[in-house]
Each structure stands twice: as structure tokens, then as C-alpha cells.
Design a protein around this ligand. Sequence first.
Ligand code: SDX
Length: 431
Amino acid sequence: MSEPTKTATLTVDGQSYEFPVLSPSAGPDVIDIRKLYGTTGMFTYDPSFTSTASCDSTITYIDGEKGELLHRGYPIDQLASKSHYLEVCYLLLYGALPDAAQLEDFESRVTKHTMVHEQMHRFFTGFRRDAHPMAIMVGVVGAMSAFYHDSTDINDPWQREVASIRLIAKMPTIAAMAYKYTIGQPFVYPRNDLDYASNFLRMCFAVPAEDYQVNPILARAMDRIFTLHADHEQNASTSTVRLASSSGANPFACIAAGIACLWGPAHGGANQACLEMLKEIGTPDRIPEFIARAKDKNDPFRLMGFGHRVYKNFDPRATVMKESADEVLELLGVEDNPILATAKELEKQALADPYFAEKKLFPNVDFYSGVILEAMGFPTSMFTPIFALSRTVGWISQWKEQIEDPGMRIGRPRQLYVGETARDYVDVENR
Ligand code: SDX
């Protein structure tokens, strides 16, 4: 924790109170108000946490004005072009880039944990075939608590380590199983001779009836998508994981809570909603109609994949994703993909519109990801599960950081109560 550098003074009804100001290694100073209620009898009020730092962290830094995203200090564009997902996992978990031996050991440990307990297969048969894969993932990941009892004690560093490796390793297997179940195909077991992204593609697209060769272009694109979604500071699902873990809940339950929160269309569900929106727009000539709807206060419609609570100039992940979309679709020979053309024209027209410029709305990570995922053969229902498996390392790294903080206490916000004050019960015959 940083030391106070100056103080902030709050004056209410002529009474002044001083609070320490803490300075970060990067980003805004924070006013430490932990003693506010005890000294003033007042709460702060910040319902969607637009001005609230919920923790201190060393994992990811975002500068919304500069469009900067650093993982342990390394810029996302460098990691996306020079690193690979399991190396980024190591960086997020342990705080430094691994040397060759450390990387080999980490990749070997993850690879050897990719299978799930055979009895977990039975969970899937309890779902309807048309269940959304996210519904399956919430259920199955939460149920991991019932299978992996030897890695649920959050106070045991070794069990925390095993749970971290198990979750990173098994999420692609569970996501692929959820997909296979919904299309009525048999599960495909992971292979230890394949890299992380290739294993996932094979588990999703291989069938027992024929050999499956992973396309290295798709594997590289898949790995880059995993990296671009790995972690993102204190977003809604990560904050959910932190709050769940503050009660001492086991890691599988906490990650299941994160998956549930990510599912919403305002968060990780936006990639599915964005592609469905692009398909609804259909052709570029209908773009003005949808931009008008997005600007209409009386219309709840929003441009999905646009806007961000933190980024106010551009989302650096969207920049990389757009380049990747061009590259992958060209390599796949579908560069004249009408959905990509619509997405690019929509971005162009929206960014030329004063409404979006004034409100600082730009494409976010979800705007182009769906174009690539669909070109790779995934249905829109698999877009958010892929976001969830990518973000598992971020959730786990943030969970681990919080658990290891000796000052951790249960998170328990208060409220501005605007309901009825005390009143006596009235018998039904007198109402
Ligand atoms: C992710 O937090 C993270 O880091 C998340 C994430 C991560 O990696 O974890 O980056 C992943 O969730 C990306 C965001 C994906 N969601 C979408 O693409 C859904 C569409 N976007 C929005 O609903 C919205 O932009 C949010 C949810 C992303 C941000 O919401 P905020 O910060 O609460 O902003 P807001 O809703 O208060 O909007 C501010 C103004 C409003 O207009 P006014 O009321 O001020 O007149 O901008 C307008 C909004 O109506 N606005 C939009 C818009 N987004 C905001 N108008 C049209 N289309 C949009 N997409």
C-alpha cells in the first residue's frame, strides 16, 4: 500500500475533516475514506462506482484517456504481438515474464490438468440441448467445488496454486464440452501434444469420424483473442469475483460468480449482441437508421461493442482486434466478408457523428471480436464463453492478489436508504 502524500479536507456544516491522499505508481490519486463514516457519520454515495477505487492492485493498469492497457507494466499491443496466452497467464499470476524453464514448467502443468473428472460429463446431460453455453458454464464451473476438494482451502497457498492451474486448464475443456453438447456431438478429449489454443479449437471442431488438423492461422488468432481478453482491472465481473472471494468462498464458486456477471450484454455478452446487431443491420445502407436509434433517448437500443466506462479515446484491444480481423479473414479467403464491411462502415459513420464524439464512444474489445469468431466457425452463443475462458486467468490473478492481502476483509457496502421509516403493523381487517 502506498503512503499518504497529502491530505484532502472535507467541510460539512462548518466542521472540517482531513483524509489522507494516496498516490499510485500510475493513474489518479485516491482519497482514503476508510475512516469517513467513523469520523463523520456519513457515507459516500457512488452507485455504479464511477469514482471509487475498490482495492489496490499491481496486476493491470488502464489509462482511459491515453487508451493504454498494461499487464504488470507490459503494453497489451506488445503482448498480443510478441507473447502468447499461457505466457501472459504466467505474467498475470506471478508478476514477471517467465524464463524458458519456468515457461516450460508452467505450460506442462496447465497441459496436464486439461481433462475434467469423468463424472462431470453427467452434468451436461441434465441441460436442454438448446441451453445457452454460458448457463452450462456457470453450472459446471460452480460444480467443480464438488469435485476438487483438495484445492478449495483458500488459506493453503498450495491449494490456491492448484486451483489456479486447474481453472486455467479446464475452462477451455468445459467451454468446448458446452458447445459440443448444444450441437449434439460427442465430447472431444484434450490432447497433451497440442498448444492451448489448438487444443481448444480441436475440442470444439473435431469429430470422431475423421482426423482434424488445426489451422495454424486460426490457432494464432484464437490465442491472440485469449490474450486480448485476459484481464482488465476492476471491471464488473472481476469486482464480482473479488466480492465473492472476500467472504472466503472457494475459488470455483468465485469464478462461477464472475461467469454469471460477465454474461450480461453490457459486459461480456456484448460480443454476441454486437454480431447479432451487425447481422440485423445487414447492409451498410441501413447503418444511418441504427445510428439514429442509438442516439434516440426514447429508444433503449445501443450500439453494441461501442462505448466504455474507462476508455474515452479508444480501446487498445479493439485496435489489435481490428487488425487481426483483417489478417484472419484475408488468410481465410473471406476478406470480402459483408459483416466485417458493415462493422467498418458503422465504425466510420459513428465516429463521424458528433453524438459519439461528444460522449467519447468508440469501438471496444467486443466490436470486432465476433467477426473473427464467426469466421472461425463459432456460433454467436459461444462468443461470451470464449471471453469467460480467456478472462479466467484475470479473475484468478485478482482473486489470488486479494486472498494474499493480509488486510483483506469482507466487502460490505452500505446504502442511501430512501424507503419507509419505522411504522406499526396494521392487521389485515384494518387496511
Ligand atoms: C466490456 O469495464 C470493463 O473493463 C469491461 C470490459 C472488460 O474487458 O472487462 O472492457 C469488457 O464489458 C466492454 C463493454 C461491452 N459493452 C457494450 O459494448 C455494450 C454497449 N455499451 C454500453 O452499454 C456502455 O457504453 C457501457 C456499458 C460499456 C459503459 O457504460 P457507462 O460507462 O455506464 O456509460 P453510460 O451508460 O452512462 O453512457 C454514457 C452516455 C449515455 O448517454 P447520456 O445518458 O449521458 O445522454 O453515453 C451513451 C449513454 O446513453 N452511450 C451510448 C452507448 N454507450 C453509452 N449510446 C449509444 N450506444 C452505446 N453503445
